[in-house]
Write a protein that binds this ligand. Structure first.
Ligand code: SF4
Length: 158
């Protein structure tokens, strides 16, 4: 197993150069590379009491998915996240992690918390880029329901 990364600062998010992004409508943040994701995952101490999970509204198994990233098993990490959340690419971008999971991370006591949101985003983007397996369509049970609203909860229910 790789040595824990005891850096007090998290891996910076790569971003488009200002001169380049002034001429396009693409996302400014580019996302972690595999090497950056593994390096950031190695900052996680795999705490037994999992305070970060307490801060997550949908209770994603955070240390478990981060451990898979440490091993380079990015699809395994995706499978763990999607047990609790259907929209990791969205939540990895727009969840206020700084007031939720990351606010409880013990690495944040003396330095910056683990970049949990950035790691979630990395895993989702990796899956969307490299996974070729079609999702299994659930069999209809004949019931029909209406979903009001199209936020994360509405989309997950749908
Ligand atoms: S609190 Fe931070 S260091 Fe501890 S398991 Fe959660 S993410 Fe890892």
């Amino acid at each position: 197993m790789a040595k824990a990364n005891m850096s007090l600062t998290r891996n910076a998010m790569p971003v488009q150069d200002a001169k380049v992004r002034a001429h396009n409508f693409d996302e400014v943040a580019l996302g972690y590379t595999e090497e950056q994701a593994i390096d950031e995952a190695n900052r996680c101490l795999n705490c037994k009491n999992m305070p970060c999970v307490d801060g997550c509204p949908v209770k994603i198994h955070i240390p478990e998915f981060i451990s898979k990233i440490k091993e380079g098993d990015f699809e395994g990490a995706y499978q763990i996240i999607t047990k609790s959340s259907s929209l990791p690419a969205v939540c990895g971008r727009v969840c206020p992690q700084e007031t939720q999971c990351e606010s409880k991370c013990v690495r944040g006591i003396k330095g910056e918390s683990v970049g949990i949101g950035r790691l979630e985003r990395f895993v989702a983007d990796w899956h969307n880029t490299f996974c070729t397996e079609e999702p299994v369509k659930p069999t209809s049970n004949g019931h029909r329901v209406a979903i009001v609203g199209s936020g994360p909860s509405g989309l997950t229910c749908a």
